[in-house]
Write a protein that binds this ligand. Structure first.
Ligand SMILES: Cc1cc2nc3c(=O)[nH]c(=O)nc-3n(C[C@H](O)[C@H](O)[C@H](O)COP(=O)(O)O)c2cc1C
Length: 164
């Protein structure tokens, strides 16, 4: 009989998402973890939600400091996503963060960045839901740049825009 966790995982792999890096500062250095479980929650106040495995270094540090950043990666930033998704590997990002004067790091060249204050958290199973009120939005350097997408274990890009 099929394991229900495997069935659920296989079903969720069909979901198409953007790819974010959720950031914090670890020992004063930028640190980021790849997260696709990201969405907006409400507009007033502007609030986002990211769901992280509880045992990750990022989740522990965000719960300790009450701050986090979210960078929506651009289509040419697959390497940063892979780096920040390597289980147990160091995820320092000082080489790719720093241009934005935000409290939490924002990845340079990302489509958009959010600097968030943790306003609520909820532990459920092996994950923790982090609700962040958006203190600042950092627009990316290239208006209209395409985001990196992820589905079925693969990265993909949107097709080129066509003139209306
Ligand atoms: C595209 C992609 C999306 C991911 N989304 C999430 C997510 O939403 N939540 C999560 O906890 N892990 C997610 N992961 C897995 C973590 O990035 C990965 O397990 C990471 O290594 C955890 O950090 P750690 O090494 O500090 O444990 C995702 C990985 C990839 C490649």
């Amino acid at each position: 009989m099929e394991n229900p966790t495997d069935t659920f995982r296989a079903a969720m792999r069909r979901h198409v998402t953007g790819v974010t890096v959720v950031t914090t500062r670890l020992d004063g250095r930028a640190w980021g973890m790849t997260v696709s479980a990201f969405t907006s929650v409400c507009l007033e106040p502007p609030t986002v939600l990211a769901c992280l495995r509880r045992t990750t270094a990022a989740a522990a540090e965000i719960l300790r400091t009450g701050r986090f950043g979210v960078s929506l990666l651009a289509e040419d930033q697959g390497e940063i996503s892979r780096r920040c998704a390597a289980p147990g590997a160091p995820k320092f990002l000082d080489d790719v963060c720093g241009a934005a004067p935000t409290h939490s790091p924002v990845v340079d060249g990302a489509v958009v960045g959010f600097d968030c204050v943790l306003v609520r958290s909820a532990e459920l199973g092996d994950h923790v839901a982090l609700f962040g009120e958006v203190a600042a939005v950092v627009a990316g350097p290239t208006p209209g740049a395409h985001p990196l997408l992820y589905t079925d274990g693969d990265y993909l890009s949107l097709p080129p825009r066509t003139a209306a």
